[in-house]
Each structure stands twice: as C-alpha cells, then as structure tokens.
Design a protein around this ligand. Sequence first.
Ligand code: ADP
Length: 266
Amino acid sequence: VKIKPRTIVKREVLPGVKNVIAIASGKGGVGKSTLTSNLAVALAKAGHSVGLLDADIYGPSIPKMFETEDARPMLDKVDGKDRILPIEKYGVKLLSIGYFVNPEDALVWRGAMATNALKQLITDGLWGDLDYLLIDLPPGTSDIHLTLVQTVPVTGVIIITTPQDVALADAVKGISMFRGKSINVPVLGLVENMAWFTPAELPENKYYIFGRDGGKQLAEKLNIDLLGQIPIVQSIREGGDKGLPVALTESIMAQAFDTLAHSVAQ
Ligand code: ADP
C-alpha cells in the first residue's frame, strides 16, 4: 500500500511569526514611526513577543527612536546560511537598514537595491517565534509596498493619518492601494494622530490644530475601524527624540498606547 505523504502547509518565510502587521501612511511626517515604536513597546509590555522591522529604507527612524543608532546586528550561521540577529531593546526585536548603512548612502539607491535590502531584512532576519511583527513602511505608495506583500504574507495593515485634508487625501490613496487587486491586504484599522492639542495651562481646552475628527470621519466613510485618536503631546515627541518611547513610562500617554495595543491585539 502506498501511503501518500501528508501535505504540511508551512510558511517558508517567517514560519514562526503569527501576525505580520504593516503600518502605513499616505503622507510623511504624520507620526507613523512614532506610533509604530510606541505600539511595539505597548504590545511587548502586554506580554506579546514582538518584532519591529523598519522598512523605511530611505528614512529609517527606528534606530533613533529606540536609541540604538550605534548597534550593529551580529550574524549567525544557521544551516550553512548567514542569518541576521535582530537588536533587542525594550523587549522588542529590531531590524532596520539604519543598522547597516549610512542613511545618506541609502538615499541614492535605486529602487531595486532598496527592495533587495528590505527582502534581506525580512528573509535573513532571525526573527524566531513572534506574536507580532510590525513593519514600519515608507510613506506613500511605492515599489517597496509591492515587494513587501510579495515577500511575506501580511496579515493586515494599519493606516496612520492626521486629521488634516492633505494627509487624509494621501491616506485614501494608500487605502485604495492596499485594498486594490495587486496588493489586496486587509485594512485592520486607522489611527488618527495629532488629533488635538491641550496646553498645560488650559487643561480643559482642546485645540484641533490639524482639523477635527478628520481621521474618524474617514474611517466611518470607508468602513474601517478607528483604532484610536492620539493627541499632540510634548512627551511623545521627546520620547522619540530621546529613544525612550513614552509607552514605557508611567503616564496617561502610556495608557493611551496600552489601549491602542489592546485594540490591535483583539
Ligand atoms: P513619520 O514616520 O510619519 O514620518 P514621525 O513618527 O517621524 O513621522 O513623526 C514626525 C514628527 O512628529 C516627529 O518629530 C515626532 O516626534 C512628532 N510626533 C509624532 N506624533 C506626535 C504626537 N502625537 N505628539 C507630538 N509629536 C509627535
């Protein structure tokens, strides 16, 4: 009797990673990397195993936001192949092109070089078992986005926007790219960043500097979950600059990121 071998479905790329979540924005400067680093830390604090891949090849900011600019990942030979050991900080496994090249050098790379570098970080990274691998994408809609979905099975994407019209218009473009036929990745939700500002001396007042509820309304219109609204807060900016994400501190803002992590992990 011939016994047919059982087909074992095993993902070849990132076999130990349960969820690959891409974080995207249409426009640059809306706080995508800031929110990604805080979300990663908050998920790790909640007991999940978390990795963070900085796919913003032309403008990597994760090394700075985790104060790991001088870190250089080690190589480890596994089955005769060189694998890259992610840098671990605040309970998060990190890889970024910023650990390997001077960002000014990467700026002049052609698209193919950038996409190859990204592929290598994904497939050669020794990510191990993870509940979440967050991928901080470059802003906009580019080859990198396409490469990413062709290289790894992305569970879903989170869109970051501010309430400002120009950011919303670009967010719409991003969402249609992810929902389009060639990419077709589920949009898990939208986060509205820089939603308002409250001065310390006027704690009752909210100033809607970039407009009010623009992200919330966009989420409703496009039938996307609104995962959170994050205000403009000095400690968020300082945390990014210091390389100590505010989500690690004892503060109201840390609670806001815990809540965000909770809605993402559901
Ligand atoms: P992106 O990744 O979208 O380009 P960044 O995360 O680099 O954006 O954020 C752009 C700038 O805005 C940074 O200086 C960052 O510190 C600041 N920033 C982002 N979100 C907030 C926020 N909620 N409150 C205060 N500053 C913020």
